[in-house]
Design a protein around this ligand. Structure first.
Ligand code: MG
Length: 403
């Protein structure tokens, strides 16, 4: 049975999401229609173009160039900073919407995902009609456009969504590979990077079809494992499954029915602290961050009420959870004797808010943290000597060969 895979890709995600945010905040113009870019901080070295509007693109502005260069090409250029928090919010909305059809969704990046349609076709019918339906509903409900690619595997679905943009549906079924994909430039093949493409052109491979029909043993001897992969892709071959991300719609909660009713704030605070520690620890064990913190109160008349706050940036820190919970408690409590207090963390995300930022410093810091974690695990398991031994050996080997 042939698989049916859909690839949903937000058109110009950062720019169109920023456009939506600006409109929401009362900005008069839709920056999608102007010479506009999303760019990093001008003063620092990360002052580069992250995304550009169609008209800026027409004037020659390219992603990755400096803001300075972009302005030379386009004097009226308007520059806006990225807002990753809002991007994550829009991303979540998109995946929540798509998850209403099937759990077989793999988030591929903040603005892209694969959806396995094979086993839900009997529910929703023809995949092409379904693709148009979701494309139009996303535009109508969420305010931005997407491309949807359909294929018999992930590679073909992804290649298809990249055909003409924006706001389009394309197919690249097995039988269409020769007619629709082989004529494309080799640079257009997924997985062929900026460094590899010139090497391929040097040996006479200019189109995807050229690669598909090239002698595999030659390609493999030049490009090794990557060569086989590229060659398989050029022939539209890809067996990788759609791997659903963990569902993050579960919440973490904990509550305490009190031995005796709480009558004043000072009695409530330590209870809230204990709950914050408890849910915070669960959250960190799951390696997640929470956007929503909620407090629940039940009074002695078994009357329940709750109050929640959505954070601008998700957190996994007990101190943050405690501080928000205390504020919620103080805003909510009507001073009736309390029987039960509960804390709930909701809208959990596995995406560390700092991971999606472009700040290298943070990435470096995270690398240090994960290295430290690995070392801790190894030390716990094998004793502290193992690390020292490995490090010593490695430097000894290096010394030997550096001479
Ligand atoms: Mg995209």
């Amino acid at each position: 049975m042939k698989r049916i895979i859909l690839h949903v890709d937000v058109n110009n995600a950062f720019l169109s999401w920023t456009a939506l945010l600006l409109l929401k905040e009362g900005y008069k113009e839709d920056i999608r229609k102007l010479d506009a870019i999303i760019g990093g901080d001008e003063d620092k070295r990360r002052g580069v173009v992250l995304a550009k509007s169609t008209s800026a693109k027409k004037k020659g502005v390219v992603t990755g160039e400096t803001l300075y260069n972009a302005r030379k090409k386009c004097p009226n250029l308007q520059t806006f900073s990225p807002n990753y928090h809002f991007y994550q919010e829009m991303s979540n909305k998109l995946f929540t919407y798509l998850s209403s059809f099937t759990p077989d969704i793999e988030q591929f990046s903040i603005d892209e995902c694969f959806l396995d349609y094979t086993h839900i076709k009997h529910l929703y019918g023809d995949e092409l009609k379904f693709a148009y339906k979701i494309k139009d509903e996303i535009k109508e409900k969420l305010g931005f456009t997407v491309n949807v690619g359909i294929g018999n595997n992930k590679l073909c679905a992804k290649m298809a969504s990249d055909f003409e943009k924006p706001d389009r549906v394309h197919t690249l079924y097995e039988e269409e590979i020769k007619t629709k994909m082989w004529l494309l430039a080799i640079e257009d093949l997924y997985g062929v990077g900026r460094k590899t493409a010139p090497k391929l052109r040097k040996i006479g491979i200019n189109t995807i079809g050229d690669l598909a029909n090239f002698d595999l043993s030659k390609i493999s001897s030049i490009f090794k494992k990557q060569g086989l992969e590229m060659w398989r892709f050029s022939n539209g071959k890809d067996d990788s499954p759609v791997i659903p991300n963990e569902t993050d719609n579960k919440c973490i909660s904990n509550s305490t029915t009190l031995a005796k009713n709480i009558l004043n704030r000072n009695e409530a605070y330590p209870v809230i602290m204990a709950l914050a520690e408890n849910v915070g620890l669960s959250l960190r064990q799951q390696k997640k961050y929470a956007y929503v913190i909620a407090i629940q109160i039940r009074d002695k008349y078994f009357h329940n009420y709750s109050h929640q706050k959505k954070l601008d940036n998700p957190t996994n820190l007990t101190s943050d959870i405690y501080n928000v919970a205390i504020k919620l408690f103080n805003d909510t409590w009507d001073e009736e004797p309390i029987r039960l207090i509960g804390l709930r963390l909701d809208k959990l995300t596995a995406v560390n808010p700092y991971q999606i930022s472009l700040f290298e410093e943070v990435e470096e810091k995270e690398m240090d943290t994960s290295l430290q974690e690995t070392i801790d695990i190894l030390k716990n398991k094998y004793g502290s000597k193992i690390i020292r031994n490995a490090v010593t050996k490695e430097s000894a080997i290096k010394k030997k060969y550096q001479k």
